[in-house]
Design a protein around this ligand. Structure first.
Ligand code: 5GP
Ligand code: ZN
Length: 138
């Protein structure tokens, strides 16, 4: 399904131009217009999914398989030292475009970028309680 008012549906279909590095019948990979680093790419499915909660397993599998290939191409082309794969779901998590997209953000020694969260020390009981809650819901 494609959503009429969705920016990334339009980019994925090609009706809005993008700096495309790869496309096939399921996906388009293009340069992020406001890159976090040199080579920052986005992978989008042509089909509209709001976010990870909506995506079917087959598309998700194909998408991650494609991501491994794009990651290796970025490394070969850009000689980057590492890579962050980021995928935001919901406004609270930083999602600003409501069409699933995977960020591939090359990293360079000394780039000074900070994607870190603020970890806290959890008690074993807390981990155990939450572990059970998630496990029961699978
Ligand atoms: P989010 O914050 O939703 O995870 O990421 C949205 C990303 O899409 C941002 O990194 C932003 O720079 C990128 N973006 C938003 N609009 C456009 C656009 O029109 N073209 C391209 N190439 N990237 C866009
Ligand atoms: Zn869309």
């Amino acid at each position: 399904m494609i959503k009429d008012d969705c920016l990334f549906c339009k980019i994925a279909s090609g009706s809005i131009p993008s700096a495309t590095v790869y496309e096939d019948s399921n996906f388009r990979v293009f340069m992020d217009v406001n890159p976090a680093s040199k080579g920052h790419c986005l992978i989008v499915p042509r089909e509209h999914f709001d976010n990870v909660y909506d995506m079917d397993a087959e598309t998700a599998g194909r998408l991650f398989s494609l991501a491994t290939g794009i990651a290796r191409a970025q490394r070969k082309a850009l000689k980057c030292d590492g890579l962050n794969i980021v995928q935001n779901n919901g406004a609270v998590a930083g999602q600003t475009v409501n069409h699933f997209h995977l960020h591939l953000i090359p990293r360079y020694e000394g780039d000074g970028m900070n994607l870190l969260w603020n970890p806290h020390k959890a008690e074993p009981e807390e981990l155990e309680e939450v572990r059970k809650m998630i496990r029961k819901s699978i």
